[in-house]
Structure formats: structure tokens, C-alpha cells
Design a protein around this ligand. Structure first.
Ligand code: IPE
Ligand code: IPE
Ligand code: MG
Length: 252
């Protein structure tokens, strides 16, 4: 198995994805396979969050969006939801210094009004405190659903009295939670599931998708670099042909 160093040597740091989204899945299975309660997997998963965030910042990725809790995850047993909310609070308190010291701006996407106050308060505080940081944007998708996001955008446009002729892709994008973020270039999903589970439906249009069987608590620097190398091996044609892309590169 190649070491992290040798994998890093293969990485072209000038061609990194600008915006990486991660569907962090498999915490429950990680714990259950070891005979632990699911929350133990979520706790270990928060260590992967720390490792991947730190590493993204070090590599120079502009935006990292982590799918931490979906609109549908409210349907889980109350005990698991409470455990996840407690962990989230703990994360927001314990990561404050790391986020501020590394120039990271914290952002959140989703129906934040549904979050309990014990999460909302440290979240709002850290978003406010970090709002002028410019080295990387870390977005947490919390109580987030892609369909919900699209419906909210529609409602907001109608409420603003936008005329049907004015509705363009650019304008629509400005009504989404991701307004102002770079385009989503790469989406990673761990744990072997081959689906999007309501994550960034609009933004996924031309994202490259990387699926890995690794469970989120085991996903650390090495697995992340492998995902980035996979991204760099793709040709992003966006509807064009390979020879058109070559010509464009030559004339650029
Ligand atoms: C992902 O891990 C974390 C959340 C969805 C909150 P899961 O809890 O979905 O883990 P599995 O899929 O059951 O293994
Ligand atoms: C997706 O994982 C949501 C998050 C990672 C937060 P789930 O485990 O909830 O998704 P499904 O149920 O497998 O689609
Ligand atoms: Mg899951």
C-alpha cells in the first residue's frame, strides 16, 4: 500500500477541486460491527471530520461541505438524534480555536430553525466570529435536504416578485444555501452506498462523484487523497468532446 507521502507526490495541487462535498456515511455500521452503540461511531466520525477539515485547509481547498444531518435524519430514534445533537454542540465548542487559528469561515446550510438551541447558539456564535476568515469555507449541512432547498428558493423568488422571464440558472443559484460558494466539483460518499440521499441536487449537475466502501470513521487523510487523485484522473467534459477540450487547453 502506498504511503500518504507517495500518494501526495502524485497529487497536482494546481488542479484541486475548488469545492468538495462529503456524504459522511457509515458511522452506525462502524460501531455496530464492533458491538458498540451507534453513537460511538458518530463520535469516531467526528475525528474524521477534524482530520479531513485540517487536511483540506492544508492542501488549499477553498470550500468543504460536510453532510452531517439530513432533513430525513430527524426520523431516527429520538435517542440517536439527541446523541447527534449533543455531539454537534461538543464539536462546535471544541473546534472553535482550530477554526479561528486556521482562518476558516464556518457556514451552515439547511433548515437551521429546526436545530435545538444548544446547537444553534454555538453555531451562530462561531459563524459570526469566523465570518471574516477567508482561507477556507467549511459548510455544515444540518437539517439539510436538497429538495427542500430547491422549494425554499422557489418560494423566496415568488415572495420577491421575480418575474418568470427573469428566472435564470444564475439567479436561481443565488437563492440556494450555496450562494457565493464555488461550484461543487467533487462529491465523496463513504460506506459503499451508491446514492446521493438528497444532497445538493442542483449543485450536483456536473460534480464528479467518488464512492468508496470505507466507512466514515475510517476515512482519513489517505482516503481523502485517493478521492482527490480519482478526481484528477477524470476528464470533465460538461457536454463537450475530448478534442474540443484539448483545443481549448492549447489556445488558453
Ligand atoms: C452517517 O452515518 C451519519 C448520519 C447520517 C448522521 P450513519 O448513521 O448513517 O451510519 P450507517 O449508514 O447507519 O452505517
Ligand atoms: C445521508 O446518510 C445523510 C448524511 C450523511 C448526513 P443516510 O445514512 O441518512 O442516508 P440513507 O438513509 O442511506 O439514504
Ligand atoms: Mg447511513
Amino acid at each position: 500500500m502506498p504511503s500518504l507521502e507517495s500518494l501526495l507526490e502524485q497529487l497536482d495541487t494546481r488542479r484541486l477541486p475548488r469545492h468538495v462535498g462529503i456524504i459522511m456515511d457509515g458511522n452506525g455500521r462502524w460501531a455496530e460491527s464492533r458491538g458498540f452503540a451507534r453513537i460511538v461511531g458518530h463520535r469516531e466520525g467526528s475525528r474524521s471530520v477534524r482530520a479531513v477539515t485540517r487536511f483540506s485547509r492544508k492542501l488549499g481547498i477553498q470550500a468543504l461541505t460536510l453532510y452531517a444531518f439530513s432533513s430525513q435524519n430527524w426520523q431516527r430514534p429520538a435517542e440517536e438524534v439527541a446523541g447527534l445533537m449533543a455531539l454537534l454542540r461538543e464539536y462546535l465548542v471544541s473546534e472553535r480555536d482550530e477554526i479561528m487559528d486556521n482562518g476558516i469561515r464556518l457556514n451552515a446550510l439547511g433548515d437551521l430553525d429546526k436545530l435545538p438551541r444548544m446547537v444553534r447558539e454555538p453555531l451562530d456564535a462561531l459563524m459570526g466570529e469566523s465570518r471574516n476568515n477567508t482561507d477556507m469555507v467549511l459548510s455544515l449541512a444540518l437539517s439539510y435536504g436538497g429538495r427542500d432547498e430547491i422549494l425554499r428558493a422557489c418560494r423566496a423568488m415568488i415572495a420577491d416578485g421575480v418575474s418568470p422571464d427573469a428566472v435564470s440558472e444564475e439567479l436561481f443559484s443565488q437563492y440556494l444555501f450555496t450562494a457565493g460558494l464555488p461550484p461543487l466539483d467533487l462529491v465523496i460518499r463513504t460506506s459503499g452506498e451508491l446514492r446521493i440521499s438528497n444532497f445538493m441536487l442542483w449543485q450536483n449537475a456536473y460534480a464528479e462523484l467518488h464512492f468508496t466502501d470505507i466507512l466514515w470513521p475510517d476515512f482519513r487523510e489517505e482516503a481523502f487523497v485517493r478521492a482527490l487523485l480519482d478526481f484528477q484522473s477524470r476528464e470533465r467534459r460538461c457536454g463537450k468532446t475530448s478534442s474540443q477540450l484539448r483545443q481549448e487547453a492549447e489556445t488558453a
